[in-house]
Design a protein around this ligand. Structure first.
Ligand SMILES: Cc1ncc(COP(=O)(O)O)c(C=O)c1O
Length: 489
């Protein structure tokens, strides 16, 4: 029980008998905090130790011990014959903390990036997984036992994973990733060209910091992923918005409108959220623009692992003969978002810069995670996990397409592209997608409205739904719940 001292003397002293901390430590800590926060100003005379001791219900001896300790620390000083004072040498502080802990009425002084970051939300992705949460891999089918074995192997290795790692990422993981890319993306590279990062967004950040200055232009698809557009804007880039159609980014239009951009951010394998792929003529035009203008292409190879009709499409990097593509990969969807491991494959000329910059910013990515992941890939588990997930997601996609198409007839048109983890539900009758999302959330399901992804353009209302996290046997039920929610006025 806390005992609030009523006396006028030092009203902020509060002894709590319900905690293990000795009383003399409580008084000592509270007096120190009061001085640091300006409640007791430099030069203030403290009440006599006898009075304070009485007030607090402590022995005088205890109180003297507290005061002696604080004198030794420099917070208090004794003046001959006059008593104990808050040290006059301490800087004078305002009586109240300058910023209330909760209020934001006096904004702190921030950098330009700090100010820009306050204008956007970074909270996407932490919602509790509910059925149809977009971009959510099937964690119900994650091979936990194998993953645990890989970790055990690392931990059994003793101190191997406990130091700072290689600034570019552990060589063994870079080797495994290079082997994976050669075999499954038909895109061989030297492990030295790879830099491991704490996720895809950290990889984009590194690329922007190394290659562009604030105010530089970056081609960006509209609609496009909110987290990425928020990041790029916050880093001070000028978003040069490019239209997207059935063939992906409208490269010809962007070339006319933004010839001088420094960068292009593109998702050629599967545009998020529209699900289209960038056609070969447009890929070649984009590469040629980058070559001619000494611009760089950040290729976000998003969702390339999950293509259900035919083999994964070759990456843009694999047809880049002029070293203009910075390839970014992530394990967030292929394994799970919390793993926080991504990587870049760089043109040789950029490797040294990116290695250094990554080391300066990240020091290293958690080494044990990297080693466990290398073990997982090296043991063939990553390839078989992807194989299993590909067929699972294809089944779930087909089940959603069948159940959803029937349930949603007259309410919406279901568009399940042949790749990725999400479907698009195009709303009928000009229905507004944010209102529709509210109805879906109220029904206990999850989805994102397409309007959240559009920046300057407008599109018909649509919802993005993730089918990959919904078991096949639940698909009919949830499709009916979805239809019910969308049929409400
Ligand atoms: C378009 C896009 N690219 C890449 C990623 C992967 O990013 P990260 O590895 O930081 O989770 C995401 C994740 O949300 C994304 O939306």
């Amino acid at each position: 029980m806390a005992k609030q001292l009523e006396g006028p003397i030092l009203p902020f002293l509060r002894l709590d008998t319900g905690i293990a901390l000795p009383k003399f430590r409580q008084v000592q800590d509270q007096l120190r905090t009061a001085i640091l926060q300006g409640h007791l100003r430099a030069g203030t005379r403290l009440p006599a130790s006898r009075i304070l001791a009485e007030e607090l219900g402590l022995s005088r001896q205890t109180l003297v011990r507290v005061l002696e300790n604080l004198k030794a620390e420099g917070y208090l000083e004794a003046r001959q014959g006059a008593g104990t004072f808050v040290s006059a040498a301490l800087p004078r502080r305002p009586a109240k903390a300058r910023f209330a802990e909760t209020g934001d009425d006096v904004p702190p002084r921030l950098s330009r990036i700090g100010v820009l970051s306050r204008g956007v939300s970074a909270e996407i992705g932490r919602v509790e997984p509910k059925p149809f949460l977009p971009n959510q891999p099937a964690l119900d089918r994650f091979p936990f036992a194998i993953w645990r074995k890989c970790w055990n192997t690392v931990v059994r290795g003793g101190r191997a994973g406990m130091g700072y790692g290689d600034v570019a990422g552990e060589l063994v993981l870079r080797q495994r990733i290079a082997e994976y890319l050669a075999l499954h993306r038909r895109d061989p590279c030297d492990p030295e060209q790879i830099v491991i990062t704490p996720g895809g967004h950290a990889a984009f950040t590194l690329a922007v910091l190394a290659l562009a200055d604030p105010g530089d232009g970056i081609w960006f698809e509209d609609p496009g992923p909110v987290t990425t557009s928020n990041l790029l804007r916050t880093l001070g880039l000028n978003l040069c918005l490019a239209d997207v159609d059935a063939d992906g980014m409208d490269v010809a239009d962007a070339m006319v409108r933004y010839p001088d951009a420094r960068l292009a951010f593109v998702m050629p394998s599967r545009h998020h959220p529209l699900g289209v792929t960038l056609s070969l003529p447009r890929r070649l035009a984009l590469l040629e623009w980058a070559r001619a203008n000494e611009a760089w292409i950040i290729e976000d190879d998003y969702d390339s692992e999950f293509r259900y009709d035919g083999a994964p499409l070759p990456s843009m990097r694999s047809i880049d003969s002029h070293g203009r593509v910075i390839y970014a990969g992530s394990f967030s969807k292929a394994l799970y978002p919390g793993i926080r491991v991504g990587y870049l494959v760089l043109p040789p000329a950029l490797v040294g810069t990116f290695r250094n910059l990554s080391g300066l910013i990240h020091r290293s990515v958690p080494v044990e995670t990297q080693l466990a992941l290398a073990e997982f890939i090296g043991g063939g588990h990553f390839a078989s996990h992807l194989r299993r997930m590909r067929s699972l997601y294809a089944e779930r996609r087909n089940a959603f397409f069948d159940a959803g198409r029937t349930a949603l007839a007259g309410l919406a048109a279901l568009d399940c592209s042949d790749s990725g983890l999400n479907a698009l539900v195009w709303l009928a009758n000009g229905r507004e997608d944010r209102a529709a999302q509210r109805a879906v959330l109220e029904a206990g399901l999850q989805c994102y409205p397409l309007s959240d992804y559009t920046i300057a353009t407008t599109r018909p209302g649509a919802l993005i739904l993730g089918y990959a996290n919904v078991p096949e046997e639940r698909m009919k039920t949830y499709s009916h719940v979805l239809a019910e929610a969308l049929s409400r006025p």
